[in-house]
Design a protein around this ligand. Structure first.
Ligand code: NDP
Length: 501
């Protein structure tokens, strides 16, 4: 059976309106899912609130036991999970395997490190307050609403979900309308491991369901998607002063220095641009290569890119474009680049044959072209020559986005990395930071703000509570109206000795 998502939105099942998730390779229905109404989303948040109290009460060790049990279920059912991710996104099985590997790694890390990062710890009370002890601990916010994308339907939202749960929050997750089955699979396997309370729930539907989640009184919203929708989410959250974490797109650059290992740089450029059919927020969309090595670098890129073919088979190099409307954006960017004098070194407008797009390598594209300024989100890459790597860094930094970047250089990778205005940099590789659970993930500018992963990702889903406890009376006590007239002068003298030099 073949139908479009919008047709299927009208299909009814009793009172519950449903929609279909489709396999983008074939257009066939994978499964039907409810279109949850605002009232249903509110109910989910209300039951999550009760669950949150129980979940927080388990403490770090109790939650770790439960999250470890969930991780084992996900691992045991990996084949089913891989097939579901591939069905809803169209991505080759190996890309789904990479995603699940990252899901397991991050879930393991978050559960294991939450106590260390968020648990109560002593803080020096300083010389002036030496008669007090001081401590800080990080408490769960309550209920976190997670709104996720379709490109990495498991790994990306789990960057929020795993860390929010480990920090002691309940979660209500709205997956993308293109990947509701993956979200439902995550929540149903969690319920197997934690049957007591609805600590992690899924609500499915379209943008309205996501908007309803923003208005349902959650304590934080973690959003991943476009900058445009990110702004809408932030505006909705402002009405209730609800904090937001906004992970948006990017226009990530790879800089190739004169002394770089060109084979490694070319391989990384191609993989970073084409894997997951280019639908990676931190994928490589621009390359700035030093003029003196540009010809050799481009030759290797072209040779390798020509070998890559899209398809629906499990072992294809790249799958289809998951979201049909994205195809027109890719077409527009390629056309605009060529109209403005850019060259197509591999592929071109004819490479765009929905639902597939063959790799497209463009060169010498003007810096004000759409393919350089806007997120393309397809298996395309722009390679522009620069006099030297520092000029590449300067152009990389001109983007309104600032998610990630990569630098290939034998002698000065760190020096160049330091100059990049982005949240993450890989030196002599691409995207590696996303696979290191201890590192924070997120960007600046139009790429959003807030961090998932790592210590910062755990703190993102908590609030700090600071406590002081008086140990003994101070010789100079300023916090009383019984203080002597000398006390203020003595305090000032002490402050000058301690901090005045
Ligand atoms: P959107 O930003 O439109 O959607 C992301 C998520 O937000 C989806 O779950 C969506 O639901 C939901 N949503 C939509 N409208 C609202 C709203 N008003 N309030 C709350 N939630 C809402 O991204 P798209 O999937 O449409 O992709 C568009 C572009 O975004 C791509 O071209 C790409 O450039 C970028 N993108 C970036 C990603 C990244 O990882 N940084 C991931 C995905 C996309 P629904 O899907 O049901 O509409």
């Amino acid at each position: 059976m073949t139908q479009t998502a919008s047709d299927s939105a009208l299909s009814a099942d009793g009172e519950q309106r449903r929609f279909a998730s489709l396999d983008p390779r074939t257009g066939e229905v994978v499964a039907h899912h409810p279109i949850h109404t605002a009232a249903e989303v509110e109910d989910a948040v209300a039951s999550a609130r009760e669950a949150a109290t129980w979940w927080a009460g388990l403490g770090f060790e109790g939650r770790k036991t439960k999250l470890d049990a969930w991780r084992r279920i996900l691992s045991q059912r990996a084949d089913e999970f891989i097939s579901l991710i591939s069905s809803e996104t169209g991505k080759p099985a190996d890309d789904s395997r990479v995603e699940i590997t990252l899901v397991l790694d991050h879930l393991h890390w978050a559960a294991r490190h939450a106590g260390r990062v968020l648990g109560k710890r002593r803080v020096s009370s300083g010389m002036l307050m030496v008669n007090h002890s001081a401590s800080v601990e990080y408490l769960p916010l309550g209920v976190v609403g997670v709104i996720g994308p379709w490109n990495y339907p498991a790994h990306t939202p789990m960057g929020s979900i795993s860390y929010a749960l480990a920090a002691g929050n309940a979660v209500v997750f709205k997956p993308s309308e293109f990947t509701p089955g993956v979200g439902t699979f995550l929540a149903s396997t969690f319920a197997e491991a934690v049957p007591e309370y609805p600590v992690f729930q899924v609500v499915t539907g379209f943008g309205e369901t996501g908007a309803a989640l923003c208005a349902a009184g959650v304590d934080k919203i973690a959003f991943t998607g476009s900058t445009r929708t990110g702004k809408k989410v932030m505006a909705a959250a402002a009405a209730t002063l609800t904090p937001v974490l906004v992970e948006c797109g990017g226009k990530d650059a790879l800089i190739v220095d004169s002394d770089a290992d060109l084979t490694a740089a070319a391989e990384a450029a191609i993989w970073g641009a084409v894997s997951n059919a280019g639908q990676t927020c931190a994928g490589v969309e621009r390359v700035y290569v030093a003029e003196d090595v540009a010809d050799e670098f481009i030759e290797i890129v072209v040779k390798r890119a020509k070998k890559l073919k899209p398809g629906g088979e499990p072992n294809a190099h790249l799958g289809p474009i998951t979201m049909p409307s994205q195809v027109e954006i890719i077409r527009e960017h390629v056309r605009d680049a060529l109209d403005r004098g850019g060259k197509a070194l591999v592929g071109g407008p004819d490479s765009i044959r929905p639902p597939y797009v063959e790799p497209v390598v463009l060169a010498d594209v003007p810096e004000d072209s759409l393919a350089v300024t806007e997120e393309t989100f397809g298996p395309t890459v722009v390679i522009n020559r620069v006099p030297n790597a520092l000029e590449g860094v300067r152009l990389a930094n001109r983007s309104k986005y600032g998610l990630g970047a990569a630098v290939f250089s034998k002698s000065r990778g760190e020096e160049l990395a330091k100059e990049l205005r982005v949240g993450m940099v890989s030196i002599n590789s691409v995207l590696t930071y996303a696979a290191v659970p201890g590192l924070p993930f997120g960007g600046v500018g139009d790429s959003g703000f807030g961090r998932i992963h790592g210590d910062d990702g755990l703190r993102e889903f908590s609030f700090a509570r600071a406590v002081t406890k008086r140990k003994f009376a101070s010789v100079i006590n300023m916090a009383t109206y019984d203080r002597s007239s000398m006390a203020g002068r003595q305090m000032m003298r002490l402050a000058r000795v301690l901090f005045g030099r």
